[in-house]
Design a protein around this ligand. Structure first.
Ligand code: 4AZ
Length: 248
């Protein structure tokens, strides 16, 4: 996350971190005790053959620190990459991980681990709404990843503006939306992908976006691009067994 502030996992308790072996790979979001939503592009070349190499950590404040009293760790029981994901333009950049711990359990709710709500199908907030992004990714266009979880506020940009030629034109499909800070100082960056964009609605936090891509980080006229979660209620329901409309 570029800009923003150091966060704590207690204020974004749905944030998951995905590791491949020892290497931090991507963010994710806990949507049910057994399922984490993330980005398809976190799993190049399918990765289906190597799911045993992945692990998912919940309740983590710092990427290179393990606090066993707070943290919950899982292996990946199942990886579902969207069947229409296209790597050349990141269309349908969404994937699900089914998590299970060594004793066969899913996540249990604590102060540092809890599920986020999913918004109803096709529900979209008006452009100009402020939402939060969170992750352990790069802090600027430098080589450094953040040691701690960070969060930042970004403003939703209308589809019309983001698909304008001054912005991303046709690179942004209707399965994506854009968000940026008004003065281009806060943004998601490399290492944040797969993580959440959450917005408050009626006093609850809802997952509207999966951090997906963008040209650079926090650069003028290059907003962050997010997978539009509300286009995938059916797909999520089908693979997780969640009812397709959850009241939250
Ligand atoms: C990435 O490489 C990435 N500024 C994620 C988000 C953004 C750029 C790059 C948005 O994972």
């Amino acid at each position: 996350i570029v800009g923003g502030v150091k966060s704590t996992i207690e204020s974004q308790p749905w944030v998951a971190s995905i590791f491949k072996g020892e290497a931090f790979q991507c963010g994710g979001t806990l949507i049910t005790p057994c399922w984490v939503l993330t980005a398809a592009h976190c799993f190049p070349e399918g990765a289906k053959t190597s799911i045993h190499r992945f692990s998912v950590h919940l309740g983590k404040n710092a990427i290179n620190e393990t606090n066993l009293r707070k943290e919950q760790m899982f292996k990946v029981a199942k990886l579902v990459i969207h069947e229409d994901y296209t790597g050349n333009n990141y269309n349908n950049d969404i994937a699900l991980l089914q998590i299970v711990d060594n004793s066969g359990q899913c996540a249990h709710r604590t102060h540092s681990v809890r599920t986020v709500c999913l918004p109803p199908p096709q529900q979209m907030l008006p452009s100009g709404s402020f939402c939060d992004i969170a992750g352990y990714g790069r802090e600027k266009n430098s080589v450094y990843f953040s040691r701690f979880l960070k969060e930042a506020q970004v403003k939703l940009i209308s589809q019309k503006v983001c698909q304008h030629n001054d912005y991303y034109g046709a690179e942004v499909t209707n399965n994506m939306f854009c968000a940026a800070s008004p003065i281009w100082t806060e943004d998601a960056c490399q290492g944040d992908s797969g993580g959440p964009l959450v917005c408050e609605m009626n006093g609850r936090m809802f997952l509207f976006g999966v951090i997906s891509w963008g040209h650079g980080c926090a650069t003028e006229f290059n907003p962050g691009v997010y997978t539009k979660v509300t286009n995938y209620n059916q797909w999520i329901a089908q693979h997780t067994g969640l009812p397709s409309f959850t009241k939250g």
